[in-house]
Design a protein around this ligand. Structure first.
Ligand code: FPP
Length: 260
């Protein structure tokens, strides 16, 4: 994706166009992970039930997934439902699962059109049969897509993932002296994918909430006060620009600033 392509799909003279002009398209993150937070507060601010916030959040999901694919970001992971979210009221859980099914039914064609491969990360086998069927169908239909990978973290927990990976490693009879970080990562749900370079969290909370604990070891974290249902490609552009200004050291020393 080039700047010219982006300028073709954003409004001319818009904030999006102005932000896009500042992005270095050769230095995009290879994987962007997002904690979609603030749906409940968005609804409360409008005197609406919490579930309306989740419903409005679907428009943000659509915008962010399509924009990321168009930009050429190789992997995007959205945190949709954690292993802890089962503690929420039954009607909220039911709404979230219903929204997910609806999203997949309505958006499958767009995912295919944009060459996006849809993938679930999390304990999918613990989800209800009707939800699993829908997820399996979308994964199967998009499995030959070669563009962006869109991971949706569902019934996901970072610690659970590490436990699941350890179990798989044991089941694969990996010998203890063969097990290093690279080999272990092959047993994670994200096996074969690059680790996130950028972790975005909406609604201002400074937490990682048990999300991709192994994979975010060196991710740059960008937190915005914007609530998830208000998050659009403009905010993604802002995050990308902030990311490109960071000096990533991976535990090493600061690189001297480039002069001239
Ligand atoms: C956090 O907001 C959000 C969630 C737990 C769910 C996010 C899910 C969606 C946006 C829809 C998922 C569907 C697809 C297709 C990805 P919160 O309820 O914790 O907000 P609060 O902190 O303001 O209460």
């Amino acid at each position: 994706m080039s700047l010219e392509d982006v300028l073709n799909w954003v409004e001319p003279e818009s904030i999006e166009a102005s932000l896009a002009r500042q992005i270095d398209f050769d230095r995009l993150p290879t994987h962007v992970a997002m904690i979609m937070d603030g749906n409940g507060r968005w609804a409360a601010q409008r005197g609406l039930p919490r579930v309306q916030g989740h419903s409005a959040g679907i428009d943000s999901v659509r915008d962010v997934v399509e924009s990321s694919a168009r930009l050429g970001i190789p992997v995007v992971t959205l945190y949709a439902f954690s292993v802890e979210n089962w503690k929420r009221p039954q009607n909220e859980i039911k709404t979230l699962m219903g929204l997910l099914k609806k999203y997949l039914r309505l958006e499958l064609r767009t995912l295919l059109k944009n060459n996006i491969r849809f993938q679930v990360i999390g304990r999918e086998d613990e989800l209800a049969d009707d939800v699993r069927q829908e997820l399996e169908f979308a994964q199967e239909e998009t499995k030959a897509d070669t563009g962006m990978v869109f991971n949706i973290a569902l019934n996901y927990g970072g610690r659970t993932e590490i436990v699941d990976a350890a179990r798989r490693a044991i089941q694969s009879n990996v010998r203890a002296n063969e097990l290093d970080e690279t080999r272990f990562a092959e047993f994670l749900y994200t096996s074969g994918q690059p680790d996130p370079d950028l972790l975005i969290r909406t609604s201002g909370e400074m937490r990682v909430s048990n999300f991709l604990l192994w994979q975010i070891a060196y991710a740059e974290i960008w937190v915005t006060e914007t609530l998830w249902p208000d998050f659009r490609c403009r905010h993604l552009f802002e995050a990308l620009l902030a990311y490109q200004k960071r000096n990533r050291r991976y535990g090493g020393i600061a690189r001297p600033a480039i002069v001239g």
